[in-house]
Design a protein around this ligand. Structure first.
Ligand SMILES: CC(=O)N[C@H]1[C@@H](OP(=O)(O)OP(=O)(O)OC[C@H]2O[C@@H](n3ccc(=O)[nH]c3=O)[C@H](O)[C@@H]2O)O[C@H](CO)[C@@H](O)[C@@H]1O[C@H](C)C(=O)N[C@@H](C)C(=O)N[C@H](CCC(=O)O)C(=O)O
Ligand SMILES: Nc1ncnc2c1ncn2[C@@H]1O[C@H](COP(=O)(O)OP(=O)(O)OP(=O)(O)O)[C@@H](O)[C@H]1O
Ligand SMILES: N[C@H](CCC[C@H](N)C(=O)O)C(=O)O
Ligand SMILES: [Mg+2]
Length: 524
């Protein structure tokens, strides 16, 4: 696209003569610059993008988008704007030819359940057309999957990915919209056909300060709904009632509340999944999904709302839920025939941990063993709460390290420890090394016990001081279970190989055989 067309009405070209330049790509990251790129220089919290203008130019950038042209000492065409992130979003949307006008976008916001809901939505829509996805696990453009950098990437990547979905003839895109994404204008300009609100609970207060600001950030998603679009709200969450849906948009309230338009009633919850009855506009059907926990019934119902709006029938969807698969790292069971259960889950907020521990309790384990920690450089206030919840629902708590990032793991663990409210001993172990913590859980487990390894889910690395060390809870746990099986063979009839995923399926860095921090570290 010509530079002049891209900039028109959004910014000011400092040398009008450069208007005919062709721009092929737009990026905020000098490392991703290609020949023909517009480089957006952003002054961030840690680094100043202007320091990378030289590098961007060498890599082929042909124009710089900035609010501080005086910081660009090179003779390169400059576009001046007031806010580079906002301008980048509007220009990226233009460069990729307004992809949100060509496919229906389903935005999902909320503290927990976004990733699961986007997967379920794309699964329920697949008979109507391909559904792309943007979120924590990966970006799927309808043809190939790329490793995710953020849950909601910067607008340059976000719109590029939507553009690829259009080229790959996707009919839909299910996208996770994080509160950071909304605050940093990563999805500015986007028009949503559907806006889902899953729930709101404590998280990210390091960034938002308090729950009210956090809610207001999430609330922004609903201003993106296009006329005729639909807000899909979890009516059992008190925050949903405060969401103001703009005029000319529809609303579907889902949940167990009498007031819900799409109402469900839980039947049975257990290790094999959930059964429940759904009522929508007088039509009632029984559902059974192979996902554990009431929280997954909420996620499923949100996805169901989209499918129903798109014309699918409750009766036909009820017939096809058997092939739904667990999302990687979300209550994924490892079952290679051992006599105790092992579940891997991404719970890293108090509410998620409580939901997942409740789901585990519904399977009536002999003893509940929980291995978990809290991430560094993230909301401190959630740490003791997570400790309290783990203590409340577990017979044995093994407190360990998550991604400490730049923090001291012992300090993080001290904060979680405060909430656990039980003495160190057989019911409460502190083990800083996550690998050793998982080892301890697997070697103490007895027949009928259930081990939950929470916090890292699908992640295949552990982040320590800016370096990512290969580490996969799945692989580490599987290795120790197999070690135990070799030591004492288990009953053949319990082997369920279908529930054992092949190693390192994650789109992120595959973890190496050895999951020991210190080996094979990579820079961020
Ligand atoms: C708080 C936050 O979200 N910060 C994000 C923000 O950082 P920042 O504005 O401070 O940027 P910076 O790191 O100082 O860099 C400034 C500029 O220099 C550029 N740069 C930097 C280095 C270089 O070599 N070349 C270069 O061009 C950067 O691309 C950037 O444009 O912009 C950066 C560039 O896009 C992001 O990498 C960074 O994410 C940080 C690392 C992060 O951890 N974010 C998390 C909290 C996040 O966004 N999470 C949400 C929610 C997760 C969820 O709950 O699901 C998400 O959507 O992922
Ligand atoms: N509807 C829900 N309510 C409460 N907890 C949930 C719900 N759905 C999932 N969880 C819990 O939250 C964890 C993360 O789920 P998921 O990845 O779907 O959420 P997310 O909102 O995408 O999270 P993130 O913000 O980290 O990307 C799960 O592993 C589970 O423990
Ligand atoms: N999307 C989440 C991921 C947290 C994962 C958890 N393992 C941790 O490190 O806290 C975040 O950025 O807060
Ligand atoms: Mg997610």
């Amino acid at each position: 696209m010509k530079l002049r067309e891209l900039v028109d009405g959004i910014g000011e070209l400092l040398a009008e003569s450069s208007g005919d330049l062709k721009i092929s790509q737009i990026t905020h990251d000098s490392r991703k610059v290609q020949h023909g790129s517009m480089f957006v220089a952003i002054e961030g919290r840690h680094r100043d993008g202007h320091n990378y203008v030289g590098c961007a130019t060498q890599l082929g950038a042909v124009c710089i988008l900035t609010n501080q042209p005086e910081k660009v000492p090179f003779s390169i065409p400059i576009c001046r704007v007031d806010d580079p992130r906002k301008a980048m979003a509007l220009m990226a949307r233009r460069l990729y030819d307004h992809p949100d006008q060509k496919i229906k976008i389903i935005g999902v916001t909320g503290t927990n359940g976004k990733t699961t809901t986007t997967y379920l939505t794309s699964s329920l829509l697949r008979r109507l057309g391909t559904c792309g996805r943007i979120g924590t696990l990966s970006y799927f453009n309808g043809h190939s999957e790329e490793r995710a950098t953020r849950t909601t990437p910067e607008s340059s990547e976000f719109y590029r990915c939507l553009g690829e979905m259009v080229s790959n003839r996707c009919a839909y895109a299910a996208v996770e919209i994080s509160s950071h994404g909304l605050m940093f204008d990563r999805v500015l300009g986007l028009e949503l056909q559907y806006g889902i609100f899953t729930n709101l609970s404590r998280d990210h207060l390091d960034f938002h300060g308090n729950m009210e600001s956090y809610f207001q950030a999430k609330h922004r998603q609903f201003s993106l709904l296009r006329r005729g679009g639909t807000a899909i709200l979890n009516w059992d969450d008190p925050y949903a009632k405060r969401i103001v849906v703009p005029e000319g948009r529809h609303t579907i309230r889902f949940g167990q509340s009498e007031e819900a338009d799409l109402r469900f009633e839980i039947g049975e919850l257990g290790i094999k999944g959930a059964s429940f009855r759904v009522n929508f506009k007088g039509d009632t059907h029984d559902f059974r999904i192979p996902l554990m926990g009431e929280h997954n019934v909420y996620n499923f119902t949100a996805a169901l709302a989209v499918a129903l709006c798109e014309g699918r029938k409750l009766s036909e969807i009820a017939q096809e839920t058997g092939d739904i698969r667990a999302v990687p790292g979300r209550l994924e069971l490892i079952d290679v025939g051992q006599t105790f259960g092992v579940a891997i889950d991404f719970a890293h907020t108090p509410d998620a941990l409580q939901s997942v521990l409740r789901a585990c309790a519904e399977t009536n384990p002999k003893r509940m063993i929980t291995v978990f920690g809290a991430g560094g450089d993230r909301d401190h206030s959630k740490r003791p709460e997570m400790g309290a919840i783990a203590g409340r629902y577990s017979d044995i708590v093994i407190l360990t390290t998550d991604n400490p990032r730049t923090e001291d793991p012992e300090v993080i663990m001290d904060m979680v420890h405060k909430g656990i409210k039980r003495p160190l001993g057989p019911g409460f172990i502190r083990q800083t090394d996550r690998r050793q913590a998982i080892h301890a859980a697997i070697h103490m487990a007895e027949e009928g016990d259930l081990i939950l390894i929470a916090g890292k889910g699908h992640e295949t690395t552990q982040e320590i001081h800016g370096r990512h060390y290969p580490f996969s809870d799945w692989e580490v746990a599987l290795g120790f279970i197999q070690q135990r099986i070799r030591a004492k063979p288990l009953r053949e009839d319990r082997v369920d190989r279908d529930r054992t995923r092949p190693p390192a399926t994650s789109p992120r860095n595959p973890a190496s055989e050895s999951a020991t921090p210190g080996k094979g570290a990579s820079d961020d």
